[in-house]
Design a protein around this ligand. Structure first.
Ligand SMILES: [Mn+2]
Length: 355
């Protein structure tokens, strides 16, 4: 990923000579290589990736844009690299490095100053925020598979089947196609649907219940995220009503998304609809979040986010209504923000499905 490393080099602050990237997600972003170990060190004109024996052959074959070096003594190698390149000030990823790692690096690399302020972290978040064509393509593929799995699961769900069985069937379908899962799937039914992040259990799905499924695939590390609430057998008037309001809020919010709007203003559109129709306080989470190599990326998409939307950001739109002890519903799509609007990447049916 030569271009990404070059961008980072150009954007390093004046008083910083080098960056150390140790998080697996950012290593993958800059090298395109997935590993559970390794350190990427980047100066303003050089980059090395130090990786242990388990990965060295594959890393050498796949990584371009930096020297791939076999790890023998990590700190010694970093020290040499820094002294050869006159590095004095080094930035680390404040959002990912643990305090223990920070203190080890500081102790072992006593000849340089380690900067753990948020600048490197913010800089990388900003790069990752705007998706390239290639990244969008992978996110689309992941969402297409998620949509396919939805069609499949509609034929699978019936009264008497457990939440766990449904969750596993979704996961099996996705993994069989060679993709990974974006997170632990949520499949909940009946009263449990009032808990936005309820956990699937052996509870059986019954007639008259909502089933909420929040799940997604990952392709080459890029995640998709979708939620659908469906009903089994029949629904009562209030179930129908909260579903309709949620859908209305979601459609209104999506139609308001375009570049140059504050995220919180879009959140407010959806929230006002839900709150004004009798469900004040029953939509207790943000409207959405950015998605990419991680399922939750920056920026957030909630009532306090003053960031302004930009073309190239992929974001979820997921309002819900949750009635404790009764039921709840959520509808979530993933959209790609453009100059004049947004492209909805999710194709699955959104009108209430009763099976
Ligand atoms: Mn989500």
């Amino acid at each position: 990923m030569v271009e990404r490393i070059e961008k980072l080099q150009k954007l390093l602050p004046d008083d910083i000579d080098a960056a150390i990237i140790i998080s697996s997600v950012n290593r993958r972003y800059f090298t395109g290589f997935k590993s559970s170990a390794g350190v990427l060190a980047v100066t303003k004109d050089k980059a090395i990736f130090i990786i242990d024996f388990r990965y060295i052959e594959a890393a050498k074959k796949s990584i371009v844009g930096c020297d791939v070096v076999l790890q023998n003594s990590l700190y010694g190698q970093l020290k040499d690299f820094f002294s050869e390149n006159g590095v004095k000030n080094v930035a680390v990823e404040s959002g990912y490095m643990t305090l223990a790692e920070h203190s080890s690096f500081q102790k072992a690399l006593s000849s340089v100053n380690i900067y753990s302020d948020n600048r490197l972290n913010n800089l990388i978040d900003n790069l990752r925020k705007i998706k390239s064509k290639d990244e969008l393509c992978k996110i689309r593929q992941a969402q297409d598979l998620t949509d396919e799995a939805f069609t499949h699961i509609l034929n699978y769900i019936k009264p008497g089947i457990s939440e766990l069985e449904v969750a596993l069937e979704l996961e099996f379908y996705i993994r069989k196609k060679g993709a990974g899962t974006a997170f632990d799937f949520i499949v909940i039914s009946g009263e449990k649907t009032s808990m936005p992040h309820g956990v699937p259990s052996e509870k059986l799905i019954n007639r008259g219940e909502f089933v909420t499924m929040d799940y997604g695939a990952a392709i080459d590390g890029y995640c998709s995220d979708m939620t659908r609430t469906i009903a089994v057998g029949e629904v009562c008037e209030e179930q129908k009503w909260i579903y309709e309001i949620t859908l209305k809020a979601q459609l209104k919010a999506i139609s308001a998304i375009k570049s140059g709007v504050k995220y919180k203003e879009i959140d407010e559109i959806a929230r006002k609809i839900i709150y004004s129709l009798g469900y004040q306080g029953k939509f207790g989470h943000g409207l959405g979040h950015s998605v990419g190599l991680e399922i939750h990326e920056m920026p957030e998409f909630n009532m306090t986010c003053c960031d302004v939307t930009e073309p190239g950001v992929v974001i979820t739109v997921e309002p819900g209504i949750y009635l404790e002890g009764k039921f709840g519903c959520r509808i979530e799509d993933m959209v790609y923000i453009t100059e004049k609007g947004c492209i909805d990447l999710t194709a699955s049916e959104k009108n209430l499905i009763i099976i």
